[in-house]
Structures are given as structure tokens and as C-alpha cells.
Design a protein around this ligand. Structure first.
Ligand code: OOB
Length: 559
């Protein structure tokens, strides 16, 4: 069948793509094709455990693939065609896995939204991707996702279908029925019918959400070819195999738990994925013991919470199966890093990665010093990394500069965002992540800071510009600057400096209420407000955020 393509996906240059294929970095196979090959050899082995449910739901590889194939056809019955976009906002659970695989098989492209996203984010993601359907929980943690999905469907002409986990209302479809095992006639030639859909391996498998430094989040298209490369390379660096049991507690729509190696890597090697909708330490540890978990992933704040919990309850659970804890998403302080192996009894793997591609990890057999003090090195032999000075010249080892990268799983541009591309993709397709990094003589990278206007709140990225735009919309501020403030637990929190307009009063409560009313994800709500009469300026007339951050450090230390 013809492969639909739509403008907006920036391809790798043909000669580079040819090189990646010739070298075997790209296999010219879809993620579905690769995963189904593994599944065929392990039909009766458990593939996915949903540990949030009591008792846990367990799907074998045979059940997982049959459900996903049945769901792939049902997506077609709804009218979703290959290259149509499905906005996925589901908590970690078996449904997320089946739906994602159904998309990979059918060529429908999942847009990986976060459960924390609200109207402000979802509307943007749905409209940029021209999503034709949205999959949501009914009510989750007190929020009516279904109600919001219906509102979006009214406002966005492309958004024709609402798929709901729970009781559907007002014309929504029941996600449980969509993800149910094949029945009767469905079952017979199911596999062959879905095989025939056969998406192009060079087409997008999914859209990830960028951390974003400017305005609203960008969409990142990850092709089957490149994402499979990402998954295989990261699986190799933690020696993932069929006996591994991976516990996913970070939101699975993030690149890290989805594919580094995460859910997809574990399934690709024939291991077992255990899903929990939150990293709450007591339940996580109970699950590690009950399911024999061998590998998991955490942001530093979660790793720290797990270490603290374990120290408070040393013998409460048997964690002896845990082999590797990956930690990344924000800088792990060296002092915390040193506590992980002794307290949790596993090897720490630091992961410095990005949804835009490049993943660096420490290796399991690295010296302890490198594991605790560096963020590792690229996972793939074809990853290219340069550290540049402000004029774009390469820096020698040991000197911090801006990291730029290219490689077989680092796309060459965002989706339909030429202005962002012009900033982030420099010269010949090098992606500039905005991180300030030094390379040691042993090849390991150390993240020293960043030169992008972003707040990294415990691994969740907040664009300063997005926050400032929202505060300006209150029409009570002359000037606004969003900056990070240091935080013991999360690393950083969000502070806004505001110069109020004459005659206007601005309070933290009012700012947060405005963000709430604007339907902004709660992790982006300012946590501190500093009212000032003026903002410091740099020589070139920009707001001096460095000075503002330093002020905060001083006042925080002094308080
Ligand atoms: C991961 O991906 P994103 O897209 O949410 O954020 C990427 C940014 C990086 O540019 C860097 O600023 C920061 O997050 N970051 C780290 C870090 N890991 C990510 N900063 C310091 N130390 C680290 N270890 O965050 C992500 C994607 C895949 C795997 C792991 C993390």
C-alpha cells in the first residue's frame, strides 16, 4: 500500500541514511516487526505485568501481540489510517503498552503526552500533530481527563475520536474494548491482516515531546529505524536480556522509560516489563521483591527517595534481584550517586539523554569513580559529539562548552518548527541541546550546567519563555523572568521575578490560580514569586538571569 507522508518531518540526508543502513545501524524493519519476532519465540512467557492492579494483570507475549494486532485493526475500523496521529495520555499500565504496540503495527503514530499535561499542552500537541484521536484515562487523580478530551474534540476539527479508559460518555469509545483480545472472526487471519499494513521503517513510529526552551513543547518524530537503533544500543549498555525484569515507574511516554532501554528495550530482548503508575518508594520496593525486578530507571529525586526509604527500612523488602538502577533526566549530585550502590545493592548507571536523540550512559563495569562522577558516554559507535566554545570552535578535553551531536538516532529537526530548528540545529544538522558539558580524557562526559533558558524540575523540563508568556497574559506585570531556584529534593524549582505594573498587585496565589485557569500542567506552576522594582540587565540589554539565580541562591542560603 502507498505510504502516506506529510510535510514536516525532517529527514536525514539520503547519503547519511544510506550509510546508517549499510552499516546495519538501521535495520530497515519496523519496531512492530522486530518486537513480533521476539514475541514469536516466547509466546507463553509473561511480557507485561501491570502491578497497579490487584491482582496484577499479566499478559504473555502471545496475548500482548494478539491484543495489539486486534487493536491495530480496530483503530482502522475507527477510520484511523497509517500516518494519522493519536494523542496518547495514559498512565503507566498494560493499556499503554498494548496501544503503543498497536500503533507501531498499524502505522498510526502515537503522540506521547504526559499524564500531567492539561488543556494548554494537549491542545497545542493535538493541533500541531493534527491528531485525529486522543486516548485518555477517565478520571485520574481527581482530574476529569475525559471531560477535557471532549472539550478539545469540540474545538479541534481534526480530533474526531475520544478513547477512554473507564466509563465512556458522550460518544467516546471504550479503550478496554479496543484493547481486548481478538474475538471469533477477528482471530483467524489477524496476524496476516496486520502484517499487510506494514509501515515504512523510515516513517515516524512516534512523536516525543521536547523539553523545550522556547514557548510550547516541540514534537520530535522518531522513526522506526532510528528508535530501534536507540533501543538496541541502550539495551546493550545495561546488558539487558530475556531474564531481565524491568520496572517502569516514570511516566512511560518519556523517552527514558519508554526506550532507553525501558519498556521497548525489555520487550525487544524478550524480558518482562512491570508497570507502576508512580515511583512511590514503598510500593516500588514491594514490587521489586514480588516480581523479581532486575532493572529500573529513576530521576535523581526518585533515586534519592528510594535510597532514603531503604535506609529507613533496611530489611523491609528483598531487593537482591535488582541489578541496575539507571538514573538520569537531571544532574545527579555526586554525593547522592555514591549512596546508591551501597544502599540499594545494585549498580548505578547514570544516563544523560534527551528526547531529541543522543543518549550517554556510564557502563556497568566502569570504575566506581566514573559511575559516581560522570554522566557517561554515547551509547552508539556512530554517535558524534563535539564540545564547542562560544565561537563554535572545538574545545579540548577537560574544558566545558556547549555540546552538539549527530547520529543514527538523533533526528535532524523538529516537526513543523523551522524557527526552533534554526536555533537548535546548527551547521550540518548538529543538534545543540543547550547543555554545558566537559569531556574527560576517559571519554566520559560531565554535565556542568546549561546555556538554555529552561528549568529542570526533578527531570520535568519547564520552558522559561512559556512561563513568562503566561504571566504576561495576566496583564499585571511590566516585566517577568522565570528562573530556577536550587532545591534539595528536586534539584531545581521554578521561581518568577515580577515587576508589577503601576497600580497592580501580583501574588503567588494569583499567579498559580491563573496558570490553573489557563489549563497548564501543575509542574509548571511557579513555586516562588519575587516582586522587584526592576530586573538586572546584561550589557546587550537582555534580562540577566544569571544574576537573578545568584540572588536566589544567596537568599535561599540565608533564609
Ligand atoms: C531526558 O530527556 P528530556 O528530553 O526530557 O531532557 C533532556 C535534557 C538534557 O538536554 C539535559 O539538559 C537534561 O535533560 N538531562 C540531564 C541529564 N539527563 C538529562 N542533565 C544532567 N544530567 C543528566 N544525567 O531527560 C532523558 C532522555 C533519555 C534518557 C534520560 C533522560
Amino acid at each position: 500500500m502507498p505510504h502516506h507522508t506529510r510535510d514536516g518531518v525532517v529527514p536525514w540526508p539520503p547519503e547519511v541514511a544510506a550509510r546508517y543502513r549499510a552499516a546495519g545501524y538501521w535495520l530497515d524493519r519496523t519496531l512492530g516487526d522486530l518486537l513480533w519476532e521476539t514475541a514469536d519465540a516466547r509466546r507463553d512467557e509473561v511480557a507485561v505485568v501491570d502491578a497497579a492492579q490487584q491482582p496484577a494483570t499479566r499478559l504473555t507475549y502471545g496475548e500482548l501481540t494478539a491484543r495489539a494486532d486486534a487493536a491495530a485493526l480496530r483503530l482502522g475500523d475507527l477510520g484511523l489510517e497509517p500516518d494519522d496521529r493519536l494523542l496518547v495520555q495514559l498512565p503507566n499500565g498494560w493499556e499503554f503498552v498494548v496501544l503503543t504496540l498497536a500503533c507501531f503495527r498499524s502505522g498510526v503514530i502515537p503522540v506521547m503526552a504526559l499524564p500531567a499535561h492539561r488543556r494548554h499542552e494537549l491542545e497545542h500537541l493535538a493541533s500541531v500533530s493534527e491528531a485525529r484521536a486522543i486516548a485518555v484515562p477517565g478520571v485520574l487523580r481527581g482530574f476529569d481527563h475525559q471531560g477535557l478530551a471532549h472539550e478539545l474534540a469540540v474545538d479541534l476539527p481534526d480530533l474526531a475520536h475520544v478513547l477512554v479508559l473507564g466509563e465512556p460518555t458522550g460518544g467516546a469509545h471504550d479503550l478496554a474494548a479496543l484493547l481486548a483480545p481478538p474475538a471469533g472472526a477477528d482471530a483467524a487471519d489477524l496476524r496476516a491482516r496486520v502484517d499487510a499494513l506494514d509501515p515504512d521503517p523510515a516513517s515516524p513510529a512516534c512523536f516525543l515531546i521536547s523539553g523545550g526552551t522556547t514557548g510550547l513543547p516541540k514534537l520530535i518524530t522518531r522513526t522506526h529505524d532510528d528508535y530501534a537503533c536507540n533501543v538496541r544500543a541502550t539495551a546493550a549498555t545495561c546488558a539487558l536480556g530475556p531474564d531481565d525484569v524491568y520496572l517502569g515507574t516514570l511516566p512511560a511516554s518519556h523517552n527514558f522509560p519508554l526506550a532507553c532501554p525501558g519498556v521497548l528495550g525489555t520487550l525487544l530482548v524478550g524480558g518482562r516489563v512491570v508497570m507502576l503508575p508512580s515511583p512511590e518508594p514503598e510500593r516500588a520496593m514491594r514490587t521489586i521483591e514480588a516480581e523479581g525486578v532486575t532493572v529500573s530507571a529513576a530521576v535523581p529525586a526518585v533515586a534519592q527517595a528510594w535510597v532514603d526509604h531503604r535506609q529507613a527500612h533496611p530489611g523491609a523488602h528483598d531487593l537482591s534481584t535488582l541489578r541496575v538502577l539507571q538514573v538520569g533526566g537531571s544532574r545527579l549530585p555526586d554525593a547522592y550517586a555514591a549512596r546508591i550502590a551501597p544502599v540499594l545493592g545494585c549498580t548505578l548507571q547514570q544516563v544523560f539523554g534527551m528526547a531529541e536523540g543522543l543518549i550517554n550512559t556510564t557502563r556497568l563495569d566502569d570504575p566506581e569513580e566514573a559511575i559516581c562522577r560522570t554522566q557517561g558516554r554515547p551509547v552508539h559507535e556512530a554517535d558524534e559529539v563535539r564540545i564547542l566554545d562560544p565561537l563554535g570552535a572545538d574545545l579540548p578535553d577537560g574544558e566545558p562548552g556547549s555540546i552538539v551531536t549527530r547520529g543514527p538516532y538523533t533526528p535532524r529537526g523538529y516537526y513543523r518548527a523551522p524557527a526552533a530548528d534554526a536555533r537548535a540545529f546548527v551547521d550540518d544538522g548538529w543538534y545543540a541541546s543547550g547543555d554545558v558539558v566537559l569531556r574527560r580524557s576517559d571519554g566520559n562526559l560531565v554535565v556542568q550546567g546549561r546555556d538554555k533558558d529552561m528549568i529542570n524540575r526533578g527531570g520535568e523540563k519547564i520552558s522559561a519563555e512559556e512561563v513568562e508568556t503566561l504571566v504576561y497574559a495576566m496583564d499585571a506585570a511590566e516585566m517577568v523572568a522565570a528562573v530556577s531556584m536550587p532545591d534539595e529534593r528536586l534539584g531545581e524549582r521554578l521561581c518568577v521575578y515580577v515587576v508589577p505594573k503601576a497600580g497592580h498587585e501580583v501574588t503567588l496565589e494569583a499567579v498559580r490560580a491563573h496558570f490553573d485557569a489557563s489549563g497548564v500542567a501543575a509542574y509548571k506552576w511557579p513555586e516562588r514569586l519575587e516582586l522587584v522594582t526592576a530586573l538586572p540587565m546584561t550589557k546587550v540589554g537582555k534580562i540577566d538571569k544569571k544574576a537573578l539565580r545568584e540572588r536566589l541562591t544567596l537568599t535561599t542560603a540565608g533564609s
